[in-house]
Ligand binder design. Structure first.
Ligand code: FAD
Ligand code: SF4
Length: 457
C-alpha cells in the first residue's frame, strides 16, 4: 500500500498508509480463490463474509461489498486500519500456504473509504420500522459499546450510549494516533451508529452522575458495560514521581483527544524533551514513541524487557517505527529513575535481561542479568506497561462480581454478568485486548440481550 516516506511522515500527524487506489484493490481482490471452506471467515472474530465482499469488489459492485461488510461489522474503516489481520483472517487464508495471504484488511479499508464518500448504506437500515419500545443503556463508546449499540438499534431497541469523555469512540478516539487512525474515520463510523437511531450522551460518568442501578430503575430494561481498561499501570520503582514521566494514557490523550500536537491552536500543551524513552513493547508503546518523534524529540528509544519476537505490538507498526528512526533497546528493564536536584527525570538505571523458561503467558520469562546495570539517559519518559479497568463502576454497582485483576466477570459467550439485567464486554472483561475482540463481545452481548428481553421479561 502506498505510504508517506519515513522522512516526510515524521514531520506530520497525517495518515501514514494512503490506501489502495482502485486498480490495486481490484488486482488484490482478484487473487482470492473463493475457497469453499472459507478459512478466513473462521479467523474473523465477527465472522465477516470475507469471500462475499471480495467477490463484490471483483464484480465492481461496491455498494454490495459495503452491504456485506456492514452486515457483520459496523466499523469497517477502523478495523481495516488497526485490526491485527496478520494473526486472524489473513493468518488462516489459504494463499498464505504458498505466499502472501490476501490483504483482507487493506481491502476492507478500501471498501469502507469508498463508502465514506458515496454513503451507499445511509438509510439502508431502518430500525425505526421495527421499534420494540424497550430501552437499553450502553456505558462506554469504545468499539464494544458502539457495536453493541448498533446491533441493538438494528434490532429495534431504543439505545442510549453514556460516555464519560467529551467525544465518542473510546481508545479509537483518545488512544490510537491520527497517523494510524484518522479521527474523521472514527467520527464517520460513530455517526453511522448514531444514524441507526442511537442517542449519545457525552460527559456522562456512570458511577458519578448516575449509577447502573439508577439506569435500571429509570426505565432501561438492560445495561451493557463497555467501559474498557483505561487506568494506567506503573512500574512502582524508585523515582517514578519525577517530573517528565508520563503514563502513556495521559500522553496519548493529550496528543490525540486534546490535539496537543496542534497547540496553541488547541489549548492543551504537551511538554516533550529532546531525549524520550518509552517503556513497554505493545501498540501503546510504539504509538507513544512515534508521537514523541512527531513532536520533534531528537532521539526516541523504546525499551522492552523481552526480545522482539515477544513484542505484542503489530509487526507492521514496529517496522514503520523502525523506518522512522525509533531505536528499540530489547532485553532491557528499568531498575530506578534518576533525577536532578530540581526533581526532573534525567535517566533510567536499567538491567540487561535474559530469557528464561516460559511463564504463565507462555512467553519466555525475562530474567535479570546480575551486575548488568547501566544508565539510559532521558529527559522525558513515557510508561506504557498496560492498563487495568477503572474501579468506578465496580465500586458503585451492587451484586457485580469482579475478578482479582479488577475486570468484570461475565459469561464469555453472552457477556452476562452476575447482576440481573447487566451485560459486559470488551477490555472491561478481558483486560487490555484488541478492537475486534471488543467488537465481538459487543455483538455477542447484543444478541444475548435481545434474547433475554424477548424471552424472559
Ligand atoms: P475502550 O475503547 O477503552 O472504550 C471504553 C469507553 O468507556 C471510553 O470511551 C471511556 O471513556 C468510557 N468509560 C469508561 N468508564 C466510564 C464510565 N464510568 N462512564 C461512562 N463512560 C465510561 N487494538 C487493536 O486491535 N489494534 C491496534 O492497533 C491497537 N492499538 C492500540 C493503541 C493504543 C494507544 C491503545 C491504548 C490501545 C490499542 N488497541 C489496539 C487496543 C484497543 O484499542 C482496545 O482493546 C479497545 O479499544 C477496547 O475497546 P472497549 O470498547 O472495550 O474499550
Ligand atoms: Fe479468499 Fe483467502 Fe478467504 Fe480463500 S482464505 S476465500 S483465498 S480470503
Amino acid at each position: 500500500m502506498p505510504k508517506q516516506t519515513p522522512e516526510d511522515r515524521v514531520k506530520n500527524f497525517d495518515e501514514v498508509a494512503q490506501g489502495y487506489p482502485p486498480d490495486w484493490a481490484l488486482g488484490e481482490a482478484s487473487r482470492c480463490i473463493q475457497c469453499p471452506k472459507q478459512p478466513c471467515v473462521t479467523g474473523c472474530p465477527v465472522e465477516v463474509d470475507i469471500p462475499g465482499f471480495i467477490r463484490a469488489i471483483c464484480e465492481l459492485d461496491l455498494p454490495e461489498a459495503v452491504r456485506i461488510l456492514k452486515s457483520k461489522n459496523s466499523l469497517p474503516g477502523i478495523c481495516g486500519r488497526v485490526c491485527p489481520q496478520e494473526t486472524q483472517c489473513e493468518a488462516m487464508c489459504t494463499l498464505a500456504k504458498k505466499g502472501a495471504p490476501l490483504a483482507v484488511g487493506r481491502l476492507e479499508r478500501f471498501v469502507a473509504d469508498w463508502e465514506l464518500v458515496h454513503k451507499s448504506s445511509v438509510g439502508a437500515e431502518s430500525p425505526l420500522a421495527k421499534r420494540r419500545g424497550k430501552k437499553v443503556a450502553v456505558v462506554g463508546s469504545g468499539p464494544a459499546g458502539l457495536v453493541c449499540a448498533a446491533d441493538l438499534a438494528k434490532l429495534g431497541y431504543q439505545v442510549t450510549i453514556f460516555e464519560a469523555l467529551h467525544a465518542a469512540g473510546g481508545v479509537l478516539m483518545y488512544g490510537i494516533p491520527e497517523f494510524r487512525l484518522p479521527k474523521r474515520i472514527v467520527q464517520a463510523e460513530v455517526d453511522y451508529v448514531k444514524s441507526l437511531g442511537v442517542d449519545t450522551k457525552l460527559d456522562w460518568v456512570v458511577g458519578r452522575i448516575i449509577s447502573v442501578d439508577e439506569l435500571l430503575h429509570d426505565g432501561f430494561a438492560a445495561v451493557f458495560l463497555g467501559t474498557g481498561a483505561g487506568s494506567p499501570m506503573f512500574l512502582n520503582i524508585p523515582g517514578e514521581n519525577l517530573s517528565g514521566i508520563y503514563s502513556a494514557n495521559e500522553f496519548l490523550t493529550r496528543v490525540n483527544l486534546m490535539k496537543a500536537y496542534l497547540f496553541p491552536e488547541y489549548r492543551t500543551p504537551i511538554n516533550i524533551g529532546k531525549v524520550v524513552v518509552v517503556i513497554g513493547g505493545g501498540n501503546v508503546a510504539v504509538d507513544a514513541a512515534r508521537c514523541a518523534l512527531r513532536l520533534r524529540a531528537k532521539e526516541v528509544r523504546v525499551i522492552y524487557r523481552r526480545s522482539r519476537a515477544e513484542m505484542p505490538a503489530r509487526q507492521e507498526e514496529i517496522e514503520n517505527a523502525t523506518a522512522e528512526g525509533i531505536d528499540f533497546r530489547l532485553l532491557v528493564n528499568p531498575k530506578r529513575f534518576i533525577g536532578d536536584e530540581m526533581g526532573n527525570v534525567t535517566g533510567i538505571e536499567c538491567y540487561e535481561m535474559g530469557l528464561g523458561a516460559p511463564d504463565e503467558t507462555g512467553r519466555p520469562r525475562p530474567v535479570i542479568k546480575p551486575g548488568s546495570e547501566f544508565i539510559v539517559p532521558a529527559d522525558t519518559v513515557i510508561v506504557a506497561l498496560g492498563t487495568t479497568p477503572n474501579p468506578l463502576i465496580s465500586q458503585t454497582t451492587e451484586d457485580l462480581k469482579i475478578a482479582k485483576q479488577g475486570t468484570i466477570i461475565a459469561d464469555g459467550r453472552t457477556g452476562q454478568t452476575s447482576k440481573r439485567g447487566v451485560w459486559a464486554g470488551g477490555d472491561i472483561t478481558t483486560g487490555a485486548a484488541t478492537v475486534i475482540s471488543a467488537m465481538g463481545a459487543g455483538r455477542r452481548a447484543a444478541t444475548a440481550i435481545d434474547t433475554w428481553l424477548r424471552d424472559f421479561r
